[in-house]
Design a protein around this ligand. Structure first.
Ligand SMILES: [Zn+2]
Ligand SMILES: [Zn+2]
Length: 236
């Protein structure tokens, strides 16, 4: 709660007086000094004045200041926070008259609206909101990058699986395949009959049906029964 909120809530002085006080305080800032002639404008009874300012002091909305006032020229002199610190005899710094300081002072109040804490909380929240927003942007970016990485990996896996299935088909259907993959990095089983050439081959050694392969772009025949291999040449 700040000073203004307290004045609205308290019931030591009536609403009219507290509204007047609040209106006056509009011209004051944190740490400003409230002088007695201003307080006089509030028309408080002695009882109201004492109870209100005791309460304000207890809640740290004001702190008492003892300000020396010269009885000869009326100028204000040093101010003291503690009544016990006021010297007994001293000179006025304006008219240089010597007088009893302990009997010539006014009581004023330093104001603490207590706004500062609330402003700090708002600034703290602003900082937190900004930090979170920044992190949200970062996470969004990370999600985007991860999503791209996921898509890339998924596509790569689809290619791996397609290749694997093709290779497994070659290995399962072809008896000579495992032998042929030592001939090249890119070996494809074409079957025992070349459809586009209407061609089948029997092994000249053992009579088995030969298998056809595409080995790095060349067509080869291999016998699944023995070691016989042939390289085919076709006219374009
Ligand atoms: Zn003086
Ligand atoms: Zn053979």
């Amino acid at each position: 709660m700040n000073l203004i909120e307290f004045l609205k809530k308290q019931n030591i002085i009536d609403e009219k007086k507290s509204e007047k006080f609040i209106k006056i305080l509009e011209h004051y800032s944190e740490n400003d000094v409230l002088y007695p002639y201003v307080i006089k404008d509030l028309d408080l009874t002695i009882n109201e004045y004492e109870r209100l300012f005791n309460e304000l002091e207890k809640r740290d909305y004001v702190s008492t200041l003892y300000i020396i006032q010269c009885p000869y020229c009326n100028e204000l002199g040093n101010s003291y926070v503690d009544e016990d610190d006021i010297p007994f005899l001293d000179h006025c710094r304006f008219c240089e008259a010597e007088f009893n300081h302990q009997e010539n002072y006014i009581t004023a109040y330093r104001l603490y609206f207590n706004y500062a804490e609330e402003v700090d909380v708002i600034e703290e929240l602003n900082a937190k909101i900004a930090a979170n927003q920044e992190r949200i942007m970062e996470i969004t970016e990370e999600i985007h990058n991860l999503e791209n990485a996921r898509k890339t990996l998924q596509l790569e896996n689809i290619n791996f699986i397609t290749t694997k299935n093709e290779l497994m088909k070659n290995r399962n259907e072809s008896k000579a395949y495992s032998k042929m993959i030592t001939r090249g990095s890119n070996v494809k089983f074409l079957g025992k009959y070349l459809d586009n050439k209407k061609l089948g081959l029997k092994c000249f050694r053992c009579g088995e049906d030969m298998e056809f392969f595409d080995v790095n772009g060349k067509i080869m025949g291999a016998c699944p029964g023995c070691d016989a291999e042939v390289q085919m040449e076709f006219d374009k």
